[in-house]
Design a protein around this ligand. Structure first.
Ligand code: SF4
Length: 76
């Protein structure tokens, strides 16, 4: 299981995550920030649990590319 979290309020809309991992991130046409697909918002932390471990590396690439470091990914 992979857990991805996006602290969406702090997104600066650079588009890196959506380019590097379009399966999980998509830029919003409304406010220009990244959306973590299928996530649940809890007090600004958008979280999704993905049952496939193989997605970890791709999400990690996006997380490392984020200039404001608001994407967290962990494997449990
Ligand atoms: S890489 Fe970070 S700052 Fe850039 S769009 Fe994605 S979440 Fe926002």
């Amino acid at each position: 299981m992979v857990i991805i979290t996006l602290q969406r309020d702090k997104c600066i809309g650079c588009n890196y995550c959506a380019e590097l991992d379009p399966e999980h991130f998509r830029m919003s046409k409304k406010d220009g920030k990244s959306n973590l697909l299928h996530s649940v918002d809890k007090k600004g932390f958008h979280t999704v649990r993905v049952p496939h471990d193989f997605v970890f590396e791709q999400v990690e690439i996006a997380a490392n590319a984020c200039p404001v470091r608001i994407i967290k990914v962990s494997k449990i």
